[in-house]
Design a protein around this ligand. Sequence first.
Ligand SMILES: Nc1ncnc2c1ncn2[C@@H]1O[C@H](COP(=O)(O)OP(=O)(O)OP(=O)(O)O)[C@@H](O)[C@H]1O
Ligand SMILES: [Mg+2]
Length: 297
Amino acid sequence: MRFWSTAERIRPWASGKSLGKRPGSNRAAFFSPAETLLLEIHNIYKHFGGIHAVEDASFTIEQGSITGLIGPNGAGKTTLFNVIAGLYPADSGRVLFGGQDITGFAPHDLFAKGVLRTFQIAHEFSSLSVRENLMVVPGRQLGERLLDTWLRPARVKAEEITIGQRADEVIDFLQLNPVATELAGNLSGGQKKLLELGRTMMAEPKIVFLDEVGAGVNRTLLRTIGDSILRLNREQGYTFCMIEHDMDFISRLCDPVIVMASGSVLAKGTAQEVMNNEAVIEAYLGTGRKHARERVT
Ligand SMILES: Nc1ncnc2c1ncn2[C@@H]1O[C@H](COP(=O)(O)OP(=O)(O)OP(=O)(O)O)[C@@H](O)[C@H]1O
Ligand SMILES: [Mg+2]
């Protein structure tokens, strides 16, 4: 089953330039070679009153990767997602997508570009069914305009059928069939997370930001979610950036893993590399004890 061709999704967006470390910045920048870059985060700052939630955060996300974003509670991970996704304006810094500056773009403009996020706490429409929750996602539906429903009823109907078919494909893909007609408000926490993932699939994303998609999810459903993410990445070419605390989940899915602490980026590497990194262990535990590394979560 294919939703959209990989060729549509994977585009040679090489900007041909590596912006590197900005003059005046005293923090390391974690950049990848320019030719496969999809998203670049340059020196983002965001404060709330006296709290410096994000402080000079810089890193890049490669096309086709599943990039993990980990860090202790309060490290600034969700705030950074909110800045990237246009929910909070950055105090300073830039976000580039496919080489284009998208800093401060509104969520609906990012949606149109294929930059989507899910929330730490799922945002489903609780009084709509699972299938309806999926069907309301695609933007600019003809049927939403009153005149079109009067003047072009056949086209409106045809569009509704196409969207319904896509919703059914997403339901199949995520194995949500048993709850397809259930009100979303009645789903378990894990099923709501799957539905969030499904809602991003309806929107033809180029990159999906997942905020703790595994939090509060039982092990069986977590495996289903993990498998779905891997298949979307490998078969459909989706790029993911995911915040997660579960290191088993991160190790299975993510390469590279970026570690944030106190608002900035501390390390980037494979899951194993960052788990063995003294500075990372220090950030999590406040000690450099090597034997504690297994407890880095
Ligand atoms: N809207 C807000 N107003 C005030 N302070 C905020 C706001 N959002 C986040 N913060 C603060 O910014 C800091 C970073 O929070 P953030 O939620 O980004 O961390 P996080 O890494 O996502 O943590 P967690 O792993 O617990 O979800 C914290 O000190 C938090 O209390
Ligand atoms: Mg968070």
